[in-house]
Design a protein around this ligand. Structure first.
Ligand SMILES: [Zn+2]
Ligand SMILES: [Zn+2]
Length: 215
């Protein structure tokens, strides 16, 4: 939320939150986000907030509500949830964009997203995942492939990718641009670009906070 403000965006400007899975490093600010929507009064939000996630989100949110109670309640119609299938590909169309999702290999609820605008430009976000044919299919020829790369190649752990594995996914998908993200501190001591270049030759970036990328 602090970074949003630095980027000139208020929480009230955001209409959609799309969750890849429920781990705390991805959902930790959901409670403060909703809580901040209530102050100084809930009328500051004009548009509804739609939260998109894999199956199980309602259960997850009910768990949060059992802890925080009324502090997560918003006026009727302001907060809505969309649960997408996490066993097979799913999709939804909205006014300005469409979402396509596929199951990822990380947690049972995990899904990756392909967001396509009305001009056909697309962006794919892997969420957290291990090597995964579904990710290659989701990212086919996408304009911007934002892929997790949690640890350097030599420190690979199950359930996550590394720069060379992310590069391999991008090459197989023929993605037009790759951005490595979800970087654990160990990544600061590795040459992520060199590792990624062993499997991917297209345009690529290592993500930094407040980076803006135009498609
Ligand atoms: Zn995770
Ligand atoms: Zn994570």
């Amino acid at each position: 939320m602090h970074s949003l403000l630095r980027a000139g965006i208020e929480i009230f400007d955001i209409d959609f939150l799309c969750y890849s899975h429920f781990h705390p490093d991805h959902t930790g600010e959901l409670v403060p986000f909703i809580f901040a929507t209530k102050y100084p009064d809930s009328n500051r939000r004009n548009n509804p907030l739609t939260i998109v996630a894999g199956n199980g989100f309602n259960n997850f949110f009910n768990g949060l509500r059992s802890v925080f109670g009324e502090w997560l309640d918003l006026p009727p119609g302001i907060l809505q949830f969309i649960e997408l299938d996490n066993a097979v590909p799913d999709q939804r169309n909205f006014e300005d964009f469409s979402l396509a999702t596929r199951p990822m290999k990380h947690r049972p609820e995990s899904i990756g997203y392909r967001i396509t605008d009305t001009n056909g430009r697309s962006m794919v976000y892997s969420g957290d995942t291990d090597v995964n044919d579904n990710l290659v299919l989701l990212a086919q020829e996408t304009d911007l492939f934002i892929c997790e790369s949690a640890l350097p190649d030599e420190l690979r752990v199950p359930g996550h990718l590394t720069p060379s594995l992310a590069g391999d996914m991008a090459t197989r998908a023929r993605a037009k641009q790759l951005v490595l993200t979800h970087l654990y501190p160990e990544c600061d001591r590795a040459d992520l670009v060199a590792q990624c270049r062993s499997t991917y030759q297209g345009p690529m970036l290592v993500a930094e906070d407040l980076m803006r990328i135009e498609i």
